[in-house]
Design a protein around this ligand. Sequence first.
Ligand SMILES: C[S@@+](CC[C@H](N)C(=O)[O-])C[C@H]1O[C@@H](n2cnc3c(N)ncnc32)[C@H](O)[C@@H]1O
Length: 283
Amino acid sequence: MARIDNTVIVKTPPFKIQGIKTKLVPCIHQLVEQETFDCWIEPFMGSGVVAFNIKPKKAILADSNPYIIDFYNSLKNGSIDELMVCNFLEQEGEQLKEQDDAYYYTVRERFNREHNPLDFLFLNRSCFNGMVRFNRNGDFNVPYGHKPERFSKSYITKICNQVKYVKNIIMDNDFTFLCQDFTETINSATSNSIVYCDPPYIGRHVDYFDSWDGNNEVTLHDVLNDASTKFILSTWKQTKFRENEYIPKLWNNYNIKTTEHFYFVGAKESNRNSVIEALIYNF
Ligand SMILES: C[S@@+](CC[C@H](N)C(=O)[O-])C[C@H]1O[C@@H](n2cnc3c(N)ncnc32)[C@H](O)[C@@H]1O
């Protein structure tokens, strides 16, 4: 990863997702830069921002959301590239400009019928807050994120550059994308791997493809504890209002590194809340 004056430059991938770890990449990078490992494994890849910045020679990136995995596999096998993305977003962006909200919902219905990876990217980059959320039937249900020129020329260029950036990393290295449960991914880890886990935060976010409860957190602890691999877990430690009860219950025997992260609720700067993020690791 490039550094200028000790600042790590973090590249963002084409997808957005709630809980994306763009701001934590420098901390994770610092934690692993002296470590040797054969394979970087992420059982909860989400946007992939961590792996695409660590840029390991070999990576196994998995998620229970089949559409993220399908997009990256399509990029890997060449059925999608940045030029196609550019043409698609220009064409669909024009329709959105003409028909406004109605067109967003047309694409959303089409995606829920056909599951085209380009539609998934279109929705991800035009929905409310770049959220990824599905209803009980497995249908994507995030509303439109209204903006006057949703797919402006510069926005499309930015997305296409992000697609090109991740495509080059996938092509230059040995990256595997798998749609599977986290237990299967962690159980396949060898002793020369580093497993970076970023599950939905227990007690905070449950809006992903799958929900996340106390049983999942205990299972995650047990499989990581039994695996003979190095691991890092992202979780939250505390907010102004409460503490994560699972840290003393499950994770106290490991190393813990914390950082404060500020986020805004609404538009006002005064509505600033902080969360202490924790990186828990066993090396
Ligand atoms: C916090 S997000 C990961 C964000 C990612 N680190 C990033 O920076 O973009 C959690 C991810 O876990 C996935 N997930 C939820 N339950 C899962 C499960 N049982 N097995 C595998 N992945 C799961 C969700 O689909 C979501 O993409």
